[in-house]
Design a protein around this ligand. Structure first.
Ligand SMILES: Nc1ncnc2c1ncn2[C@@H]1O[C@H](COP(=O)(O)OP(=O)(O)O)[C@@H](O)[C@H]1O
Ligand SMILES: [Mg+2]
Length: 285
């Protein structure tokens, strides 16, 4: 990006100096042989009576089985649009999405979604919310109950299983949302800013809890966030998007083990590097 040198800018903060990648961070290819999900030349335009918004254009990305990949980008760049198309909730304008080699044409039990605003059923109890997808799948009552209880236990909510949704805090509601998405053991879990409505402390706790629950599975997680801190803490890979229409600016593989120390020099440095990339995208058209 061209930027005019500012007269007020101290010499040592010159914009154009590339920040090299720290140890354990490498550039990741966007396409490879053994992909579980292939997003190929995906485009999406929203048409209204008098205008057209190109949300996604020629977006290509492969995703590996079992990875936690974060998609991060400026507000309105098309993150939710990509996720909803992978969920099969909306068809692309052109291009395609392949899941295990089959073209995605609608929703299915192989994919579960966790929403930012929880999207729980207020008229159902906690456990009835978690049992919902099992009911739809026709799992018998007793087995349904046992599986739902196991996941409620995993997210620390077993003792609240008969509570109503309005009796829960935001963090508890989101735990129900996560248990509900995972209980059906989908191969792929799509998370759209799932912790966005939570306070900072609850958010950090939820990130640790999520990694604990996922450590026992080989589920693929596609995690949309606008928090760089969250993406660096959680991800095997981070994909940084440009402003709309979203293109991939950079894809980074994070090889650091868990748990990651948010206060470490490398963590802070990587966060700063990604933030700098994103700041360049927030310029006005
Ligand atoms: N249903 C819709 N109809 C028209 N425009 C939409 C619709 N959904 C999203 N958009 C537009 O598409 C762009 C991308 O939206 P979205 O995918 O929600 O972005 P993000 O999740 O990255 O914030 C935005 O400009 C938004 O206004
Ligand atoms: Mg969104």
């Amino acid at each position: 990006m061209d930027s005019m040198p500012s007269l007020n800018m101290p010499i040592d903060e010159e914009e154009d100096i590339e920040m090299p990648l720290p140890e354990g961070i490498v550039h990741s290819p966007l396409s490879f042989e053994d992909a579980q999900i292939s997003i190929v030349n995906l485009s999406k335009s929203y048409r209204t009576d008098d205008s057209e918004t190109v949300a996604i254009q020629d977006f290509t990305l492969d995703i590996k089985k079992g990875e936690l990949i974060s998609i991060i980008g400026p507000s309105g760049c098309g993150k939710t649009t990509v996720l909803r198309m992978i969920a099969g909730l909306m068809p692309p304008t052109s291009g395609k999405i392949l899941i295990d080699g089959r073209e995605c044409t609608g929703p299915g039990p192989d994919r579960g979604m966790v929403f930012q605003d929880f999207a729980l059923f207020p008229w159902r109890s906690v456990i009835q919310n978690v049992e919902f997808s099992l009911e739809v799948a026709g799992v018998p009552k007793e087995e349904r109950r046992q599986r739902a209880e196991r996941y409620l236990d995993a997210v620390g909510l077993l003792e609240f299983k008969d509570h109503r949704i309005h009796e829960l805090s935001g963090g508890m509601k989101q735990r129900v949302g996560i248990a509900r998405a995972l209980v059906n053991k989908p191969d792929v879990v799509l998370m759209d800013e799932p912790f966005g409505a939570l306070d900072a402390q609850t958010r950090n706790i939820m990130q640790v809890e999520l990694l604990k629950v996922l450590a026992k599975t080989d589920q693929t997680i596609i995690f949309v966030t606008h928090s760089v801190d969250e993406a660096v803490f959680l991800s095997d890979r981070i994909v940084i998007l440009t402003k709309r229409p979203a293109k991939i600016k950079e894809a980074l593989e994070i090889q650091w083990p868990h748990p990651r120390d948010r206060a470490s020099a490398d963590f802070t440095y990587l966060r700063k590097r990604i933030l700098k990339q994103l700041e360049k995208e927030n310029v006005l058209d």
